[in-house]
Ligand binder design. Sequence first.
Ligand SMILES: Nc1ncnc2c1ncn2[C@@H]1O[C@H](COP(=O)(O)OP(=O)(O)OP(=O)(O)O)[C@@H](O)[C@H]1O
Ligand SMILES: [Mg+2]
Length: 373
Amino acid sequence: MRKKEDFYESAQKLFQPTFGNRPMQYIGRDGVIEQFMAGLKEPVGSRNRCTLFLGQRGMGKTALLLELNDRAQKEGYVVARVTAHEGMPKAIIEQLQLNGSKYFDDEKKKLSGVTAGALGFSFGLTFSEAAERQYGFRSKMSLLCDKLAEKGKGALILIDEVRTSTAMREVAAAYQELIGDRKDIAIAMAGLPYSISNLLNDSVLTFLNRAVKVELGPLSTNLIRAYYERAFKSIKIKVSDDILDRAALSTRGFPYLMQLIGYYMIQYTPKDGVVTDEIMDKAKKAALADMDDNVFKPILNSLSDNDKVFLKALAHCGEPATTSRLQSKLGRKGPAIQPYRKRLIEAGVIESPRRGELVFAVPYLSEYLQNMD
Ligand SMILES: Nc1ncnc2c1ncn2[C@@H]1O[C@H](COP(=O)(O)OP(=O)(O)OP(=O)(O)O)[C@@H](O)[C@H]1O
Ligand SMILES: [Mg+2]
């Protein structure tokens, strides 16, 4: 019989409901990944080599960038993965040097004596003192791209939590210049729909308008169900087909929620035990409580009071809500609705599946709003 610690150790790895981690098993999004990976094989500067992934909190932006990181490495790319903070340009350079250095190990050995390195470099990917001092981000990137190309490598920049900033402008401008010089470089960015819409108004970043924009939607619940089945089996927890269906459907394809529900199902089920309906109910309740704190509250905090009034009215309309029904709930006439509708669609909080109809884009947000008052 397995020791208790072993059980919890392996169980813990299966579901990790935190943000920014690498899931034990990456589920779905094959099309999105393939499209970006195919872009890396296209000529330098082609549109697919500059992609912007948009998604709500917990929709799996960071996890996707981590997945692209691994796949691109296998395809011969040296990857710099950063968040869009002020020190980003420097961090990109450092990451490329760090992650690319293993391809230059032989040079390090050869140059252990004092020998002149390639132009701008002292050895491997380490800049000469003069280059380090004199060159800015763009020139350093250019040198690094050339050096990596000698080993048949390209450079991929992954930027998480994209937003308007001086650093972002610098990187965007450099990217354009580098592809102008035919350097083998590609860029994938991820961010909340709202931050991106502000960012796209920034004239310096018009190149982002040309980036391929990919909205990250829910995962397939069939794939989630299959993962749940395998995961529970691997730790000998028994789950009926009905409960597997319930668990998968309860996630509504939302990656963070799929981690939470799986996690709590294990937490509430004894070792070698059976998941009952009661355990499933309890797990779902606990998962949704975490969603309140980590998804719904942050989304609502970023909105105005009037946006919230609009959303509450929408929640009480039932889905899909027609514009006319929403108007009567709000007690307002016509055009007043339009600015909220537009902004909240841009913010990725609601969407319009058909003309004149609105639904929530974030699972369970409607229920959360209904229960608020
Ligand atoms: N395709 C996937 N398969 C399995 N798990 C996933 C997948 N995508 C995301 N997850 C998991 O869901 C959780 C949330 O994902 P992630 O942190 O990537 O969200 P995010 O969109 O970056 O959120 P935020 O906007 O708050 O940064 C993490 O635990 C992550 O491991
Ligand atoms: Mg993230």
